[in-house]
Design a protein. Structure first.
Length: 258
């Protein structure tokens, strides 16, 4: 398994920037990664991905020094295993509500003694033939970036018990789902959401973990960074593409008027 550059950056206190990807294209992944992103998240919860294409997207990201991550659709041991075996540098597990769910997610990501991940020597993550390689479980465990998503009022209320679990690198707060849970649907800048973010990020950072949240603007990046967030994806690649096309062609149409 490749070294996770992102994990090292987060441990050193850096703020890392990337995006979600919901378009199934290794070429687009390579273009995005070559633009200076720290990471991309291949979104198996909301995107139309299969494992074959995702494996090639991982290769494309690695080719340009960008860290590829996969968000799995649910807290499912088999799915987490397959996402890791194709070479994802880290896993995002959605909808973590309590300590037990956090334990299940972490155990699915790591080999023993940290977890109960299934073992195969014949996968991309095992360099296709790791028969008899001593200490491989410990080496691989050190490289995996583990990210748990908390996305509800219940999860926020349980955050102190969740972060007691060993093996967590990042807690990501899903602001849109959280806004619905707090009764302010899709208003991620409501007083309730901002108050929950400010309180929760402090608890997480005081524990020595990194914290993540979605940015939708340059102002967001500044706001979240100042609040203590380190792991910041900017919208999704489809939104970035649409923004770029709309802006460019608005200018071009303006120039074409005589």
């Amino acid at each position: 398994m490749k070294d996770c550059q992102l994990k090292n950056k987060l441990k050193s206190g850096e703020i890392v920037l990337g995006t979600w990807t919901v378009i199934s294209s290794p070429t687009l992944t390579e273009i995005m990664g070559s633009s200076g992103l720290d990471f991309i998240i291949i979104d198996h919860e909301h995107g139309p991905f299969d494992f074959d294409t995702s494996e090639n997207m991982i290769r494309a990201a690695e080719n340009v020094g960008c860290t590829p991550l996969i968000r799995v659709p649910e807290n499912n041991q088999s799915y987490i295993l397959r996402a890791l075996e194709i070479g994802s540098h880290g896993i995002l597990v959605p909808q973590i509500e309590n300590r037990n769910e956090a334990v299940q997610a972490i155990q699915s990501m790591f080999y023993s003694p940290m977890g109960n991940r299934g073992v195969s020597a014949f996968t991309r993550a095992s360099d296709f033939n790791a028969m008899g390689e001593k200490g491989r479980n410990l080496s691989v465990n050190d490289k995996i970036l583990s990210i748990l998503l908390v996305e509800s009022a219940e999860a926020i209320n349980n955050i102190e018990e969740i972060i007691e679990i060993d093996g967590i690198d990042v807690i990501y707060i899903g602001t849109y789902d959280l806004s619905h849970s707090l009764g302010t649907p899709d208003d991620i800048y409501s007083e309730k959401v901002l108050s929950a973010l400010e309180k929760t990020v402090k608890i997480i950072r005081d524990k020595g973990l990194a914290c993540g949240v979605l940015a939708q603007s340059k102002e967001d990046v500044k706001r979240w960074s100042n609040m203590g967030f380190q792991f910041i994806p900017y919208i999704a690649e489809c939104g970035i593409i649409k923004e770029a096309f709309e802006s460019k062609f608005k200018d071009l149409r303006s120039a074409s008027k005589v």
